[in-house]
Ligand binder design. Structure first.
Ligand SMILES: Cc1ncc(COP(=O)(O)O)c(C=O)c1O
Length: 447
């Protein structure tokens, strides 16, 4: 089916005057410094794969606002759906039922494996993680939660309590939520001590068994919360079988498996969910980020069996399921399916990997290359085998100077993460990889 509205039919974005430096100065005066920004770009408009700053310079965006604008900026279908909804109604909250929320819930349920077919909407990733933890405690009557070292689940107190990717995020905020137990993630490139190619004991569940044996009885655990691929922690892909191990242990002990797909979900890895690659069905899935392609929305998805144990009124939100965000959700999911963007994610991933493997063969590439679909991590180590955050910082700056936005991640900030929009053209992909290649090779020579 063809796209109904072209970008140029829509009202053009506002153009702001002033220099970037003037805007930075105004920002410093009135915006909280706690916002730690990846770049000092001052953007006045965005379209497709590009951001344009206040001085008219264009940047190719391979960060997608941290894994959000998967369809590119202001995708015509999403923009049209949002405009239409603005002309109907914006907000009723729980005062009424909302046809848009119902439609969005049906769409979200349809991208999740059976029996996950009921949805609770909120406004952000952290909020849906909070909700999922509350649902797990309330529905099991158990208090303990297990999460993984290096995981990132958000900044609110509950979500922060299960977040261990950087101490900075937690410092000074304690005491955090009690009943949280953190166990190692199978990060074989850095953390595990088995030989390369040997089976990973962490992925086989040995650490969890030890935790149950020595620290918290499995019968007192409400949920295991896991990212199927760690995002902020460094785009860490666990060995095959890890998620199945978690599923087995959860089934064995009546524990709920919560998969946080906030960064990995909604088609980015080549499937709707990253767990689909392993045919593992969680009890609860959390989604946000790309779900509204830039409008703030998050979703908790579970089964009737579980969700029906959440008594009406025991959780809620004024803005959750906002109709305008809901319209964006419906349009986003339709476009991903209609335009075969999951197949595109797989192809983009193959193209990026092939190119980066060339840099590795030339001796200047990352020490480890990993990911799934169009979610790719490049981990850089120095000559002594230590995490090379300096080089990653140089790569990002050189790329930015040449017009490409790329983000970093990782417990040591030594991983470049590539997340181009799934709508990126072949020419744009090439342009981005050419810029990145120069930055990687130049910094490789310098180092
Ligand atoms: C896996 C994961 N969970 C939760 C969150 C928190 O989402 P938000 O920033 O929307 O609260 C993030 C954000 O990066 C994330 O990557």
């Amino acid at each position: 089916m063809a796209t109904t509205v072209s970008q140029s039919d829509l009202t053009p974005p506002a153009v702001y005057g002033g220099t970037a430096e003037q805007w930075r100065e105004r920002d410093r005066r009135s915006v909280a410094a706690v916002w730690s920004r990846y770049t000092d770009l001052v953007i006045s408009s965005a379209e497709g794969s590009y951001l344009t700053d206040v001085e008219g310079r264009r940047y190719l965006d391979f960060g997608c606002g941290i894994a959000v604008t998967t369809l590119g900026h202001r995708h015509p279908d999403v923009t049209e759906a949002v405009h239409r909804q603005l002309d109907r109604y914006w907000h009723t909250s729980v005062v009424t039922q909302s046809v848009v929320m119902t439609e969005a819930a049906e769409r979200v349920a349809a991208i999740c494996p059976e029996p996950l077919d009921v949805v609770f909407f909120a406004n952000s990733g952290a909020e849906v993680v909070e909700g999922a933890l509350k649902l797990a405690r309330r529905s099991t009557g158990r208090q303990n939660i297990i999460s993984f070292r290096g995981g990132f689940h958000g900044r609110t107190f509950g979500a922060l309590s299960v977040t261990t990717s950087k101490a900075l995020y937690r410092a000074g905020y304690g005491p955090l939520l009690p009943g949280i137990h953190v166990t190692p993630y199978p990060y074989c490139f850095r953390v595990c001590d088995h030989a390369p190619g040997e089976p990973c004991p962490i992925a086989a569940g040995e650490e969890l068994e030890r935790l149950f044996h020595q620290i918290v009885p499995a019968s007192e655990v409400a949920a295991i919360l896991v990212e199927p691929i760690q995002g902020e922690g460094g785009y860490v892909v666990p060995p095959p079988g890890f998620l199945a191990t978690l599923r087995r242990l959860c089934d064995q002990h009546g524990i709920l498996l919560i998969c946080d797909e906030i960064q990995t979900g909604v088609g980015r890895t080549g499937r709707w969910l990253a767990v689909d690659h392993e045919q593992v069905v969680p009890d609860i899935v959390t989604l946000a980020k790309a779900l509204g392609n830039g409008l703030p929305v998050g979703a908790i998805v579970s089964s009737h069996q579980l969700m029906d144990r959440w008594e009406p009124g025991s959780h809620g939100s004024t803005f959750g399921g906002n109709p305008v965000a809901g319209a964006a959700v419906v349009a986003t999911l339709k476009v991903i399916e209609r335009d075969h963007l999951m197949e595109r994610a797989t192809k983009l991933g193959e193209a990026m990997r092939a190119r980066i493997e060339g840099w590795q063969r030339a001796g200047s590439g990352p020490a480890d290359l990993r990911g799934r679909g169009a979610l790719i991590g490049l981990e850089f180590m120095d000559q002594e085998g230590r995490p090379d955050a300096d080089r990653v910082s140089h790569i990002k700056h050189r790329a930015l100077d040449s017009g490409l936005v790329v983000l970093s991640c990782g417990i040591d900030d030594n991983v470049i993460r590539l997340l181009p929009p799934l709508t990126v053209s072949d020419a744009e992909l090439l342009e981005g990889l050419d810029i990145l290649e120069s930055a990687v090779l130049e910094t490789g020579r310098a180092g």
